[in-house]
Design a protein around this ligand. Structure first.
Ligand SMILES: *Cc1c(COP(=O)(O)O)cnc(C)c1O
Length: 454
């Protein structure tokens, strides 16, 4: 039991379907609401910014959705991603636990985000769209969509949160290498950007502001659609390729996870690994403990409120019911990792409300400590986001050691950290700050949540 299953699954066996957890939940998800009327959205309301195939996936209750062959064809460039047994980490921790990770850093863009970028570019191309507009925080999503645009001949325009734009020039260079354009957000190109700049000329920007800018461009141009890299149901759906593969790989390894772990920004890599296992459990299969790991500086699942809120700062997007810190949330400037969105995917929020998953918040320093220990035993330098998952994995493995139990732990190593080495330098220099999100600021932001009748 538990052999290394690095490449046992060959590329002809990439799963043919994405998995939709909505089909197996005991209740349907609350509907998204129109930002003007606060009434449930119809498919036509989203048509100015998304292709109909993605809108239908967004509201689908079908258990499986076939992956189009042109998408599978491109997936084969890096999929199946390896499921690797972390034997050296196990030895370093002297734990009886078996630790596996699904490594998504093997994609061209270096993270799981390409799984949905390729799918979204495909459906937009099929619908006759010429340009995609999007936002990016740390830059992984912008570079993934840039590459997906290059695959399907779509122009891509990326609004990059100013703090990251200044800190991570190589992500911008990568987007430009694949033919996309990248502007710092807030920018002067949109009414929502200009409004923020007029009030706060020195702002660091935020994902909420960059989303407003990208949506505005898409809404105003018939040949341009919007693409989002996380949070939405169809994005989580595309990421389930990760868990679908992992289930096959665990069969080959003759093992099965007791605990599945992922980091959560908007929730997509976590859902991608975890939902197929939760689905098996909901259909009567083995129970798994699922743990979502987030930064203490942006504690959406652990301290946010489960309520209807806007997806952006400019209030152009629909309202969705999710764990939120309030759409005016601006992440503290010191925070290095990319997990900084004010909300959480509605489906991840719902499964937490249903008691199907747990969540934990971690400070930065212990996360980097875990990431460095992982790098020194397994070689791969993790993306700072993934270090939150690794912190929880090591904590659980040490608990197994203390209890003398040999559990199987699986986690999603969502990407590599090759473009994030400044954050590692800051960690080694003792410059990372461990500060939770201020409670007074949180309560003030939550008091401003839109009032929606239950
Ligand atoms: C974007 C990103 C995340 C956070 O986004 P999710 O939607 O929560 O997955 C985590 N890890 C990496 C490497 C990312 O690029």
């Amino acid at each position: 039991m538990g052999g290394t299953v690095k490449y046992l699954l060959d590329e002809t066996k990439i799963p043919r379907d994405w998995y939709n957890i909505v089909a197996d939940l005991p209740q349907p998800p609350p509907p998204a609401l129109h930002p003007g009327t606060l009434q449930p959205l119809g498919p036509d309301d989203l048509a100015p910014i998304f292709p109909m195939e993605l809108i239908l996936q967004e509201v689908s209750a079908e258990r499986t959705i076939a992956i189009p062959e042109p998408v599978r064809e491109i997936y084969r460039q890096w999929r199946p991603s390896p499921l690797i047994r972390a034997r050296r980490l196990e030895a370093a921790l002297d734990t009886p636990a078996r630790i596996y990770f699904k490594y998504e850093g093997v994609s061209a863009a270096g993270s799981h985000k390409l799984n949905t970028a390729i799918a979204q570019a495909f459906y937009n191309k099929q619908a006759g769209i010429k340009r995609l507009s999007t936002e990016t925080g740390a830059g992984q999503w912008g570079s993934s969509l840039a590459y997906a645009g290059a695959m399907f001949g779509l122009e891509v325009r990326v609004f990059m949160v100013r703090a990251s734009y200044n800190q991570k020039p190589y992500r911008k260079a990568m987007m430009e290498t694949w033919g996309a354009t990248c502007v710092a957000s807030p920018s002067n190109e949109t009414a929502s950007g200009r409004a923020v700049l007029a009030e706060h000329p020195d702002t660091n920007g935020s994902l909420g502001i960059a989303i407003s800018e990208a949506v505005e461009i898409a809404a105003q141009n018939a040949d341009t659609n919007y693409a989002l890299g996380s949070v939405l149901n169809h994005v989580l759906l595309h990421q389930t390729i990760i868990g679908q593969e992992a289930i096959l790989q665990f069969e080959l390894a003759d093992d099965y996870p007791d605990i599945v772990i992922g980091c959560t920004g908007g929730g997509s890599n976590f859902a991608g690994l975890v939902f197929p296992f939760l689905g098996a459990q909901l259909r009567g299969g083995r129970k798994v403990r699922a743990i979502a790991c987030e930064p203490a500086a942006c504690p959406t699942l652990t301290r946010g409120q489960f309520a209807y809120d806007f997806g952006d700062t400019g209030h152009l997007t629909p309202l969705v019911k999710m764990h939120t810190l309030g759409s005016a949330f601006i992440p503290p400037g010191f925070h290095a990792g990319g997990l900084r969105y004010h909300g959480m995917a509605p489906l991840v929020s719902l499964v937490q409300e249903l008691g199907l998953i747990e969540s934990r918040a971690f400070n930065q320093t212990p996360c980097f400590e875990a990431g460095v220990q992982f790098a020194r035993s397994e070689g791969i330098v993790p993306a700072p986001e993934a270090n939150h998952a690794i912190r929880a994995v090591i904590d659980e493995a040490l608990r197994c050691k203390a209890e003398g139990t040999a559990r199987t732990i699986a986690f999603n190593l969502s990407g590599h950290g090759h473009f994030d080495m400044q954050a590692y330098l800051d960690y080694f220099a003792g410059k990372l700050e461990d500060r939770g999100y201020d409670d007074a600021a949180l309560q003030a932001a939550l008091a401003d949540l839109p009032k929606v009748a239950a």
